[in-house]
Ligand binder design. Structure first.
Ligand SMILES: [Zn+2]
Length: 293
């Protein structure tokens, strides 16, 4: 069985033809999303991208959107694409492509892709986090994505964790992603070092023994651990899988994160399972197609 997966991002649309037995992406394309031209143009472009990769019999189309999506396949809003408020993306794509279409939030789909084909295969219940410019979260409970009452469960990056904290892209203040994302590491690093640096540079400097960079990392990783601890104290799931740019730092991120999280949870457990995601850049395409598994 094959399905088309469409990964809608702030600047680009990636589409792929996916083998649903193996998760392999058989054909792929990436085009600019031209988000400034509004949702109708973006959806026309998504349909074009899907047609470019279409081949053979297809069970359906899946769309991953960079924002919360309700049970009718309506994108409620997105922080990164202008004019996307209450856009019925699944029905609109079904009409354009004349194929059954499902849609969900991109982090939910990445969680599902890791469950079907990646690092989360051994687990029935887990958190998936993507930590990069922001923090996305997908929750799989008993082998199903938990989408919540309205469909927007997992807006975990916007849990308030700092009282009177920094303003977030969502309009609120002190959200988790304002202190624990790649963007937050870059900003804290730039302030500490007095010159513009990104999260990758901070990891590199810390690896070279730079004490200021190490301090910035320690604080950010501590905030990641605090958030994970809150999640686990509520849900007690089997594992946490982490993808996104920050996870590519490898042991420099995961080893202190496990230590700090275990430190906070030590009176309850003597082990925490926090693993890097296995699927790479194509996780969005694979997850969207896997809506049909
Ligand atoms: Zn926020």
């Amino acid at each position: 069985m094959r399905a088309i997966g469409i990964d809608l991002g702030g600047t680009k649309i990636a589409a792929g033809l996916v083998d649903l037995d193996t998760g392999a992406v058989l054909r792929r394309t990436i085009i600019p999303s031209e988000g400034d031209k509004g949702p109708q143009v973006v959806m026309d472009r998504m349909a074009d991208a899907a047609r470019q990769v279409m081949e053979g019999k297809i069970v359906g189309v899946g769309v991953g959107a960079p924002g919360p999506v309700n049970y009718q396949g309506v994108v409620l809003w997105t922080p990164n694409l202008g004019g996307w408020k209450n856009i019925p993306v699944a029905p609109e794509m079904e009409r354009r492509l004349e194929l059954p279409t499902r849609a969900d939030n991109d982090a939910n789909l990445a969680a599902w892709a890791e469950y079907r084909f990646g690092a989360a295969r051994p687990f029935a219940s887990f958190f998936y986090l993507t930590i990069s410019t922001g923090i996305g979260c997908g929750i799989v409970l008993n082998r199903q994505v938990w989408r919540g009452h309205h469909g927007w469960a997992g807006e975990t990056g916007h849990m308030p964790v700092v009282r009177q904290g920094r303003k977030c892209g969502c309009g609120s203040y002190g959200c988790w992603e304002t202190v624990a994302s790649g963007t937050a590491i870059g900003r804290a690093g730039s302030e500490a070092l007095g010159r513009p640096v990104d999260a990758k540079a901070i990891f590199q400097l810390a690896a070279q023994g730079d004490a200021e960079a190490q301090k910035v990392l320690d604080e950010a990783i501590d905030y990641v651990a605090l958030g994970l601890t809150s999640l686990q104290k509520n849900f007690d799931l089997e594992a946490v899988i982490i993808g996104g740019g920050v996870s590519r730092a490898g042991d420099a991120f995961f080893i202190p994160l496990r230590q700090k999280t275990l430190g906070y949870l030590r009176h309850m457990v003597d082990e925490v399972i926090i693993l890097p995601a296995q699927l790479g850049e194509e996780v969005g395409i694979i997850g969207a197609a896997a809506l049909w598994t």
